[in-house]
Design a protein around this ligand. Structure first.
Ligand code: IPM
Ligand code: MG
Length: 356
């Protein structure tokens, strides 16, 4: 197969981790006889510096013309002082919205080799951690009106959390469809004891769940969910939630599995064109030092092969290669443990590519 990938290296450690994912994709292409053509796209701080805009239209157009998008990370201290609409993160939000990527899947799975890196007690970890956060990505408080006005001599700021029924229904359907391929359990996480938008989520999900009688459906307030995640993460299979709650809970979820550096994500809309990125940020403190863990990005590339290109065997080969490298004790600094071999970002990429 011939596929075009829009490649956004972005800021901070973005370029380093993306290079390792491309290394692994090259190996897959060679082994399975595919051609992946990469088209470089500027987004985030690097695009602000070069073009004065975190996502110039021409860059969005390149993403829309590609078969899929692979992204490292955006943002950093250089651009922190800028007003909201000009920040690097705004480029990411505009890209997600511009591509219609409403469904963000963030798997939290414990690799047994990394069990000791989890901050949870062994008695909790032993019960298993394997769940998926299905986060709504292009609506809610991220995309409601943001404004700051002057009132009675002081500033007053507002961010609107808005959800329409169709936006809830389509992400709800993704959650139930995904659960059908897993352990058939969906938990809606919200704040329905306070928020109207959450009450609408529940009402819509009650309708959607009728179509999936085999799926066990439950609801949890977000404060309780954040507690349950550390108390007993094994109770979760698919968590479906809004944009901001999903942002927060997926960071918490990732840490349970030992390191945020391992967690990939997919963002999809109605078609097969998606965007794939690790859930961690640009880590400016270690940028340019060849220290970052590239596995989150490498596993994101695997998700791209599976969900956008239908290359299930190739995706499985990448996951197996990661598993082998971990079995062989290869570790980046964030997950280093006694008796293991410490490696750099590029050495981790080499180690995984060599095991394809
Ligand atoms: C994420 C990130 C982004 C988000 C930021 C960079 C805008 O935290 O992908 O989780 O909040 O969605
Ligand atoms: Mg986040």
């Amino acid at each position: 197969m011939n596929k075009t990938i829009a490649v956004i290296r972005g800021d901070g450690i973005g370029p380093e981790i993306v290079n390792e994912a491309l290394k692994v994709l090259d190996k897959v292409a060679e082994k399975y006889g595919h051609t992946f053509t990469c088209d470089d796209v500027d987004m985030g701080g690097v695009a602000i510096d070069k073009w004065g805009d975190p996502l110039p239209q021409a860059m969005l157009d390149k993403c829309l013309a590609a078969d899929s998008v692979l992204l490292g990370a955006v943002g950093g201290p250089n651009w922190e002082g800028l007003p909201g609409p000009q920040r690097p993160e705004k480029g990411l939000l505009r890209l997600r919205a511009g591509m219609g990527l409403y469904s963000n899947l963030r798997p939290a799975k414990l690799w047994p080799q990394l069990a000791q890196a989890s901050p949870l007690k062994p008695s909790i970890v032993e019960k298993g951690i394997d769940f998926l956060v299905v986060r709504e990505l292009i609506s809610g408080i991220y995309f409601g009106e943001h404004k700051t006005v002057e009132e009675n001599g002081e500033k007053v700021a507002t961010d609107v959390m808005r959800y329409a029924e169709h936006e809830i229904e389509r992400i709800g359907r993704i959650a139930f469809e995904t659960a059908m391929k897993r352990r058939k359990k969906v938990t809606c996480v919200d704040k329905a004891n306070v928020l109207d938008s959450s009450r609408l989520w529940r009402a819509v999900l009650h309708r959607v769940k009728e179509e999936y009688p085999e799926v066990e459906y439950g609801e949890m307030f977000v404060d309780n969910a954040s507690m349950q995640l550390v108390k007993d993460p094994s109770q979760f299979d698919v968590i479906v939630t809004g944009n901001m709650f999903g942002d927060i809970l997926s960071d918490e979820a990732s840490m349970l599995t030992g390191t945020i550096g391992m967690i990939p994500s997919s963002s999809l809309g109605d078609g097969t064109r998606g965007m794939y990125e690790p859930i961690h940020g640009s880590a400016p403190d270690i940028a340019g030092q060849n220290k970052a863990n590239p596995i989150g990005t490498i596993l994101s590339a695997a998700m791209m092969l599976k969900y956008s290109f239908g290359m299930d065997a190739e995706a499985a080969a990448i996951e197996a290669a990661v598993n082998k490298a971990l079995n062989d004790g290869v570790r980046t600094a964030d997950m280093m443990a006694e008796g293991c071999t410490p490696v750099s970002c590029s050495e981790m990429g080499d180690a995984i590519a060599a095991r394809i």
